[in-house]
Design a protein around this ligand. Structure first.
Ligand SMILES: C[S@@+](CC[C@H](N)C(=O)[O-])C[C@H]1O[C@@H](n2cnc3c(N)ncnc32)[C@H](O)[C@@H]1O
Length: 279
């Protein structure tokens, strides 16, 4: 598969796909069910029958798999990281081999030409992706390109904590650009990470994530996840409301450094494109 780097900002990226490859070894029925539940709860549906689903930055591919299992009539997954694409292909091979209703490609959400060619989808899902592109506000704009009229946009964006977010950005930059510093960073930040990210889960009696992800890989993802940008809830809501979208659901982050989750509905008449065409 050819790798297009021209649409990716020239900063060193964390290699998410490698982390996903290791996560796949832990994947089981319980995690897949949790991923399905998370989609159903936020989208307030029992299934995705007759819906087209675009998974932007599919990562492991778990949520594409969940969408297909929930009956989406077409799922298209893309990620700019070839290893993430490989993980998504592996999940398709395991659970939906020979399925022509699930397509997977390498592509970037910053590539507007690519998004234009995809057609439109009833659901555009970009969970924990747009803040890792190096151009978050452009990416937030771009996900509207493949969103059908009346369609639902489901995104998750890191919460803005002011100077604390600025501090973590520097740590993540160091972790990603200087691999030799990783051991030191893990040792010095382990207590903070345990308190801020693992303890809230433990106290809720759910060490397992309610999205089916694994704590260890989530922590690595958190430490390495660079580029890293953040936004307040109000700025995200204002951004989409000024573009003809209505907030349907907001799930504030469980811990202050986590992701706020949003579901927006695009107005049915906001532009002259056909709904749900997809590829
Ligand atoms: C934290 S992971 C989230 C994966 C998945 N959406 C999930 O919910 O588990 C972020 C993903 O975004 C991908 N990504 C980063 N920049 C991207 C871009 N410009 N276009 C597409 N995917 C991108 C990364 O490769 C990575 O797989």
């Amino acid at each position: 598969m050819s790798v297009r780097r021209d649409t990716i900002p020239a900063v060193r990226h964390y290699e998410f796909g490698r982390n996903w490859q290791r996560f796949l070894a832990t994947l089981n029925g319980a995690r897949i069910s949790a991923a399905e539940r998370s989609l159903k709860q936020m989208l307030e549906v029992d299934n995705l029958a007759d819906k087209t689903f675009l998974d932007v930055g599919s990562g492991s591919g778990l949520f594409s798999l969940a969408a297909r299992r929930l009956g989406a009539r077409h799922v298209h997954s893309f990620d700019y990281d070839p290893d993430s694409v490989g993980c998504t292909c592996e999940l398709k091979r395991r659970y939906f081999p020979d399925d022509d209703q699930w397509t997977i490609e390498q592509g970037s959400v910053l590539d507007t030409g690519y998004l234009d060619r995809l057609g439109t989808f009833d659901i555009v899902y970009a969970w924990g992706v747009l803040h890792h592109t190096g151009a978050m506000w452009q990416a937030l704009e771009n996900v509207l390109i493949p969103l059908a009229e009346g369609g639902a946009l489901f995104i998750a964006i890191y919460n803005d904590q002011g100077w604390i977010s600025a501090y973590w950005r520097q740590i993540k930059r160091l972790y990603t650009t200087h691999p030799a510093s990783r051991f030191l960073i893990v040792c010095t930040h382990a207590p903070v990470l345990l308190c801020s990210r693992a303890l809230p889960r433990l106290m809720n009696g759910r060490l397992k994530s309610d999205r089916g992800m694994a704590l260890w890989y989530d922590l690595k993802d958190w430490l390495g996840g660079y580029p890293f940008e953040v936004a307040t809830r109000a700025s995200i809501v204002g951004f989409y409301e000024s573009r003809g979208c209505t907030l349907l659901k907001l799930r504030p982050c469980g811990d202050p450094s986590g992701n706020n989750e949003f579901v927006f509905r695009r107005a049915a008449t906001s532009r002259p494109r056909q709904a749900g065409t997809g590829p």
